[in-house]
Design a protein. Structure first.
Length: 278
């Protein structure tokens, strides 16, 4: 726990230095600050979209990639203009509490349960509830994000909907307190299971040259949909935020041309994100 708090403290210091300490950041009226989830950064989606956004709008954009819980906190603390996140219940509360405007659902992929090819839980091809029940019942290693990210929140919901207590200090349950790619790597080192978004898994699979030690074992369950939204930080709460630039980004993400870019973004021929039909 102390180590996780230390990591969080360092992360917040880094955010302060990036968003507050840069002269370029404060001087450029056309610079948008975004807080986002690690999956949009780890997969390369944002690096892919940025040149198109800058060219089409004349707005530059910088982002900090962290768990959705921390991204929402950055918005609450007026340290970001716009959010791109994936924890619907937490997002709705953020807007209901007056911290955000215009929650714009823009895309989705899905979560998958991954684990060793030997599959000691016997979960391959089964539903989420069956797999988690086997992991818990057999005390098989499971590595959680443990960082209040969108993926961590989704995992906690899955334990509950499976009729199981949310693990915490069980010896078979580890909390990484890290981003998704690092969590996957820890799970691989411990020959364990974890929950990940499919986009980050495809990136992981790509970095492992198509032969990763952890395989997708449970997928396609209705409980595993992973929705991403853009939220403009409310200027009534944060007078310093550039809500006009944030709204421009939100609108741009919903353009048909941008949607074509998102669906066209692939790794190893695999599509990472899909457009959400409203």
């Amino acid at each position: 726990m102390k180590r996780n708090l230390f990591v969080v403290s360092l992360s917040l210091i880094a955010v302060f230095l990036i968003f507050s300490g840069s002269p370029a950041f404060s001087a450029d009226a056309k610079l948008l600050r975004m807080a986002t989830t690690t999956s949009t950064d780890d997969t390369g989606l944002l690096d892919y979209l940025k040149p198109y956004f800058v060219k089409e709008t004349g707005i530059d954009i910088q982002w900090i990639a962290t768990g959705t819980g921390k991204a929402l906190k950055l918005g609450e603390n007026c340290d970001a203009d716009v959010l791109l996140v994936h924890a619907p219940d937490a997002e709705k509360k953020f807007v209901a509490d007056g911290f955000g405007l215009d929650r714009n659902v823009v895309m989705y992929n899905d979560f998958v349960l991954i684990g060793p090819a030997s599959d000691p839980a016997g979960g391959k091809g089964k539903g989420v509830k069956e797999c988690l029940s086997a992991i818990s019942g057999k005390n098989i290693k499971f590595v959680s994000r443990g960082d209040k990210s969108g993926t961590h929140q989704a995992e906690q919901i899955l334990w509950k909907t499976s009729g199981l207590p949310v693990p915490d200090k069980e010896p078979w349950y580890a909390q990484a307190g890290q981003g998704m790619l690092t969590t996957i790597q820890i799970a691989a080192e411990q020959n364990g299971y974890t929950l990940t978004d499919r986009g980050t898994y495809i990136k992981y699979e790509y970095t492992m040259k198509g032969n990763p030690p952890l395989k997708i074992l449970v997928e396609g369950d209705d409980l595993l949909k992973n929705i991403y939204s853009v939220i403009v930080v409310n200027p009534a709460k944060c007078p310093n935020v550039k809500s006009d630039l944030a709204k421009a980004f939100s609108d741009w993400m919903s353009r048909p041309s941008t949607q074509n870019l998102i669906t066209g973004f692939k790794l190893s021929g695999k599509q990472l994100f899909f457009i959400y039909s409203k």
